[in-house]
Every structure is written in structure tokens, then in C-alpha cells.
Design a protein around this ligand. Structure first.
Ligand code: FE2
Length: 143
């Protein structure tokens, strides 16, 4: 099995240094989640603790990162802010729902969960965040 789940690629950079750095950190957290739950399965209890702490770390960082993006959108008067906030909420809900499911079904869904998170995140970065950053850069030039 691959050791790293997602390899950061420069194509994920969208041209905003801080946001790019935070996205890279999110990818690292997903890689940790993968390593701690899918690769290094030990005992049930250990596995559960690793999963819970990885999910906690992910939820906390996602909260911090989304707030950061939303404050930038607000500052720049980005027209798509409400729609974008909706996508962020969708991601947080997805994590919470999947964590609930995990409690019921346990380890079977770990890889599905992480794949789902990866697909959502990479798509969101490449399309939604890129669109937002381009508009923000443009708005700054316009001033
Ligand atoms: Fe975003």
C-alpha cells in the first residue's frame, strides 16, 4: 500500500500563499488520517483512538481554514461568498456524518471516508477556491 495517500502537486497551488499553505496542511492531515487508520491498524481500541484524534485534528483545522477563507472573501466583498460558505458547511457536515457512521460500522468505512474527503477537497481547491482567489486578486487590482 502506498505510504502517502495524496501527493501534493504544484497544480493544487492557486496563487494565494497563505491559502496554498493551508491547503497543503489539510492534505497532510488527510495523509495522517490515512496512515493512522487504514495503514497502521493495531488493536481495535488503539485504532479507534487514532481515528478519533485524527478526525478531531481535521475538524479543528478545517474550521480554522474555512474561517480564514471566509474572512478574506468578506474583506474583498466577494460576490460568491454565501454560496462558497455553503460548500464549506457541506464539507463539515460530511465529516460529522461520516464520523457518526464510523461509530456504528467501524473500520470498514475508513478508506471510503478518506477517499470521499480527498475527492471533495481536491475538487473544491481546483474549482471553487481557484475561482474565489482569481476574483480576489482582480478586485485588489481594481482598487
Ligand atoms: Fe474554500
Amino acid at each position: 500500500m502506498e505510504d502517502k495517500f495524496i501527493n501534493w502537486d504544484s497544480k493544487y497551488n492557486i496563487g494565494h500563499a497563505k491559502i496554498d499553505e493551508q491547503h497543503q496542511k489539510l492534505v497532510n492531515i488527510l495523509n495522517d488520517l490515512y496512515r493512522d487508520t487504514v495503514i497502521s491498524k493495531v488493536e481495535d481500541d488503539d485504532d479507534d483512538i487514532a481515528f478519533k484524534s485524527a478526525i478531531k485534528r481535521l475538524t479543528e483545522y478545517v474550521g480554522y481554514h474555512f474561517s480564514y477563507e471566509e474572512s478574506i472573501m468578506e474583506k474583498c466583498g466577494y460576490a460568491g461568498i454565501n454560496e462558497h460558505k455553503g460548500w464549506h458547511r457541506e464539507f463539515v457536515t460530511m465529516i460529522l456524518e461520516e464520523a457518526e457512521l464510523y461509530k456504528k460500522e467501524s473500520r470498514l468505512i475508513e478508506s471510503r471516508l478518506i477517499r470521499k474527503l480527498r475527492d471533495w477537497l481536491l475538487e473544491h481547491i481546483a474549482v471553487r477556491d481557484k475561482e474565489m482567489v482569481l476574483a480576489i486578486i482582480k478586485s485588489k487590482k481594481g482598487k
